[in-house]
Design a protein around this ligand. Structure first.
Ligand SMILES: Cc1cc2nc3c(=O)[nH]c(=O)nc-3n(C[C@H](O)[C@H](O)[C@H](O)COP(=O)(O)OP(=O)(O)OC[C@H]3O[C@@H](n4cnc5c(N)ncnc54)[C@H](O)[C@@H]3O)c2cc1C
Length: 488
């Protein structure tokens, strides 16, 4: 009996072995599997610096997992098509499998790669796995894409129970002893300065870390999620987003574990439904991007495009560094720099502050998040920034301007979150933590706070900034109406 020719599993943002349809099909029929990761300088959607840290550790974890199964994760740098050509020539592989990617850049790259390989007689198959549903599976009765989350999600829920269960890791026969580079040689980790020094104690990249995170969330922290998820000092959120982003865990695995936890009574119906709906927002963001490929670049609602943005490098830097003088904003921006993440409630507050208080283009915020978030995702990042700006699909109305003072009082009532990230004002009484400039000078003195020295004065006045933002947005509506009248 002849040994079948090997198949290549081209890993990208799917760094796991279980519930991996591409791997399962590649290994079917006893075909030897070559596990390949290519560090491609021309990769579509280059990732940011924080995510490079995650990628390094996630690849290391995957490499160990495959080595434990007597295989090898082959690491190669170069253009994907050239590396594949080399590996195919060296091994006689006749098939390439990969998990589908959904951004416009990645779709274009993968379509071209598939045609190139097919022309050379190589079988290429792309597979699902990243989302609950493929973006073309969900549509309105008229067959058009949804633009609003609630009916989109209702349609998903109606089809959820018929969805296939997650796949176990296949019993694959992996190839080994192929030429490979080292992760260290790729230089993905920051050195001088090592701004990621704090990440290692908080995160465990890799499939095992993702599963452990999910289990501990469902065991302990999911109870009370529906309410607790809004409070940045509470521990009710899952912190699964960087794992999901790198494909170390799938939404179907999350769904299956959630259903088990609900049956066991570990997670209540309300908390479970809310958590699943948030996973649904991830699907919805990818769905929006798939059907609206310019989402990261252009306003989803074109009437917002002529907004008179301010170009102010000093204010942008103050926002990025957490030096705006608004403690809840500064806490979030510092949490981001020190941990690679930021709580969702605070992401909304800081994004609203940049767009509406500072009137700085949402694309500047999007690109800072892209570089600094461990979970940076082209679709979720773009959809969320447009949501806050009011120009997205199903977005918050433009006149909803988060008040950073009342948001702090409401969602960080005892100041735990602000005190953790803005320690220089920690000794202030709770009532002044959201707005230190309102504290009498004796109170500031007693707390060792000197505004302008130990902590900044607010860079904008809230009430004036709000009025200016509303005027700018209303100016847009007026000019849109004038265009409409003129057109008529
Ligand atoms: C301005 C802004 C930018 C954002 N950029 C990103 C991004 O680049 N990548 C990213 O994954 N999320 C982004 N989000 C969404 C959200 O803040 C994070 O997904 C969430 O904070 C991750 O924490 P968690 O895993 O503990 O979430 P949980 O509350 O435990 O939710 C579970 C999962 O659901 C998904 N999810 C939750 N909320 C959202 C949401 N609003 N939109 C899309 N998916 C969601 C995530 O995959 C998350 O891991 C952004 C939100 C805002 C306001």
């Amino acid at each position: 009996m002849t040994t079948p020719r090997p198949a290549i599993l081209l890993f990208r943002n799917d760094l796991r072995l279980s519930d991996h349809p591409a791997l399962t099909v590649a290994a079917a029929g006893g075909k030897p599997v070559i596990c390949l990761y290519v560090n491609d300088p021309d990769a579509p959607d280059p990732i940011g610096r924080a995510q490079l840290w995650w990628l390094h550790h996630s690849l290391a974890a995957l490499g160990r997992q495959i080595a434990d199964l007597s295989g090898q994760l082959v690491l190669r740098a170069g253009k994907t098509r050239d590396v594949l050509g080399d590996v195919i020539r060296a091994t006689g592989a006749d098939a390439v499998h990969w998990s589908r990617r959904y951004t416009p850049n990645a779709i274009a790259a993968d379509t071209a790669l598939k045609a190139h390989l097919n022309d050379r007689g190589i079988h290429v198959e792309s597979h699902a796995g990243r989302y609950l549903f493929e973006p073309w599976q969900i549509a309105t009765k008229a067959g058009t894409p949804f633009r609003v989350f609630t009916p989109f999600w209702r349609s998903c829920l109606a089809q959820l129970d018929a969805a296939p269960a997650p796949l176990p890791a296949p019993d694959a026969s992996f190839m080994r002893d192929l030429p490979s580079e080292t992760l260290e040689g790729w230089g993905g980790l920051p050195t001088r300065p090592n701004w990621a020094a704090g990440f290692g104690s908080l995160w465990t990249p890799g499939e095992a870390g993702a599963m452990a995170r999910l289990d501990s969330f469902l065991d302990k922290r999911a109870q009370g999620y529906a309410q607790g998820r809004d409070f940045p000092a509470a521990t009710n959120v899952s912190n699964l987003s960087p794992h999901l982003q790198m494909g170390e865990i799938t939404p179907r695995q999350i769904l299956a574990s959630l259903r088990r936890a609900e049956v066991l009574g570990d997670v209540g119906q309300r908390d479970g439904a809310k958590f699943l709906a948030e996973v649904g927002w991830r699907d919805f963001s990818a769905y929006l991007l798939y059907h609206n490929p310019t989402l990261p670049l252009e306003e989803f609602q074109p009437k917002f495009a002529p907004f008179p943005w301010r170009d102010d490098a000093k204010d942008l830097t103050a926002w990025q560094r957490g030096q705006t003088g608004y403690p809840i904003v500064d806490a979030g921006m510092r949490e981001l720099l020190q941990t690679g993440t930021m709580h969702n409630r605070v992401r909304m507050i800081v994004a609203s502050f940049l767009i509406k208080h500072l009137r700085i283009n949402w694309r500047a915020g999007l690109s800072w998040f892209h570089d600094t978030l461990l979970d940076a995702d082209v679709a979720s990042n773009a959809a969320s920034w447009q949501w806050v700006a009011g120009c997205g699909a199903d977005a918050a109305p433009y006149f909803r301007i988060f008040n950073p003072i009342t948001q702090a009082t409401k969602f960080d009532p005892d100041g735990t979150y602000i005190r953790q990230w803005v320690p220089e004002i920690a000794a202030l009484p709770d009532k002044y933590l959201g707005a230190p400039w309102k504290a009498p000078s004796a109170v500031l003195q007693a707390a060792h706070v000197t505004l302008g020295m130990t902590y900044p004065h607010p860079i904008v006045d809230h009430a004036r900034a709000r009025t200016a933002a509303l005027a700018a947005f209303e100016g847009l509506s007026a000019s849109a109406e004038n265009v409409a009248i003129g057109d008529g």
